[in-house]
Design a protein around this ligand. Structure first.
Ligand code: AP5
Length: 219
């Protein structure tokens, strides 16, 4: 039976960083809705052109567009063993759609780790984040997780850049969007007994250790 882990947390909480580590450890696909959108924007596909301005503002992409994109990805054979979902679902409608998709795929949401980080820490993490231009979109931080050579990805050697939505003003809007639209999911998953709270105000390794313990405990 495939396994599906849903990471939730505010922008900059470390979802992408931890999803990459968890998916590797458990042999699952890493499905990041933000990475899928950014890849489409980079390739200037019709979807990319449709969502580019929305991401720049830090608003959420409409549910129907997001759900269709994630559904396609989850049906891909790469996701046959399951996936670590990062950034999806982000609204109650997306959570409902996910449940239906996973039923079709013969699985269910197994665990929802909620990575909690205080707001000043988030802003420092986002403003110091650098991402690679390669297809893996590997993530670094100038202070907390620097690359070996300045400005270059350790994994694929591509140049690093700062995401346009990491400007302080846009970050504030992304946080407001999360509070308004995504925070209801916390109670939803808590009521289903799937939520596990993770203290994200620590270095990357101790956060990973908490996540691995939570996943092991859920099996
Ligand atoms: P998305 O890419 O999902 O952005 P996000 O949720 O705002 O999350 P981030 O990627 O900013 O942060 P993260 O939690 O992954 O942190 P990271 O690991 O990088 O979405 C972007 C946009 O796409 C949205 O605004 C929206 O427009 C659209 N979108 C996406 N999904 C959507 C959906 N479902 N519905 C509608 N629209 C959607 O870490 C941040 C930094 O901190 C890095 O530099 C990292 O190295 C560092 N770091 C990580 N952990 C630690 C630690 N423990 N200690 C110190 N540093 C750390």
């Amino acid at each position: 039976m495939p396994v599906y882990l849903v990471l939730i947390g505010l922008p900059g909480a470390g979802k992408g960083t931890q999803a990459a580590l968890l998916s590797k450890q458990h042999g699952l696909a890493h499905v990041s809705s933000g990475d899928l959108f950014r890849d489409n924007i980079k390739r200037q596909t019709p979807l990319g052109q449709q969502v580019e301005a929305i991401l720049k503002r830090g608003d959420l992409v409409p549910d129907d567009v997001t759900i269709a994109m994630v559904r396609d990805r989850l049906k891909n054979p790469e996701c046959a063993r399951g996936a670590v979902l990062d950034g999806f679902p982000r609204t109650p409608a997306q959570a409902k759609a996910l449940e239906a998709m996973l039923t079709e795929l013969g699985g269910r949401v197994n665990l929802v780790p909620y990575i909690q980080v205080s707001e000043p820490v988030l802003v420092e993490r986002l403003t110091g984040r650098w991402t690679c231009k390669g297809p893996g979109q590997h993530v670094y931080h100038l202070k907390f997780n620097p690359p070996k050579a300045a400005g270059v990805c350790d994994v694929d050697g591509t140049e690093l850049f700062q995401r346009p939505d990491d400007r302080e003003e846009t970050v504030k809007n992304r946080i407001a969007e999360y509070v308004a639209k995504t925070s209801p999911l916390i109670e939803h998953y808590r009521s289903l007994g799937l939520l596990v709270e993770i203290n994200g105000d620590q270095a990357i390794e101790p956060v990973t250790a908490q996540l691995l313990a939570a996943v092991a405990g859920a099996k």
